[in-house]
Design a protein. Sequence first.
Length: 224
Amino acid sequence: MLKLVIANKLYSSWSMRPWLVLQSFGIPFAEIIIPLRQADSRARVLEYSPSGKVPALIDGGETIWESLAIIETLAERFPQHAIWPKDEAARAHARAISNEMHGGFQTLRQACPMNLGARYAAPAMTDPLKANIDRIETIWSEAQSKFGRGGPYLYGAFSAADAMYAPVVTRLDTYSLPVSAQARRYMDAVLAHPDVIAWRDAALKETWTIADYDAGHTVIETYR
């Protein structure tokens, strides 16, 4: 059976992405959780991942680390599942926006770290943060208008692209960031996905906490 090594579900956006792909497409796997910021965290991660980071997928004797590489490996190994959209143009578009997510939006990541345990007041809307949010909204709008007929997700049915952007959805929601009505509808669809709910429910049962993730943010509501 495949094994997916992940970090705390409360905080680990990169772990969430391949986990959602495995779960939503019904691919059997076992999860191994290694909490962040513990004395032995790095040593434990290095037992599985040569980069010293998670997630990592263990497939027999092979290890695949890094979220997008894991997703691409799953798409190759399980071609019966539409992990990427079946339509060629939609698939190319989905890969492009997923890679943009993978390499971009640093301001949003730094200003609004993923934390499913609370809701916060919106941070100061700097020009770089607004530019990140505007670009995300444009990506979502273009994907849905060109390819999203037949369902509430970016390409109609839930795909790897939605998994890549799911942690972004949680950030925009957690930090009460202003978005358009269209973006909010997409966010609501992602947040209502049963596997996103399952991830969040498990996250809220975790006992590990990282104080840094709360620092500098005004708490509106806590969920734990």
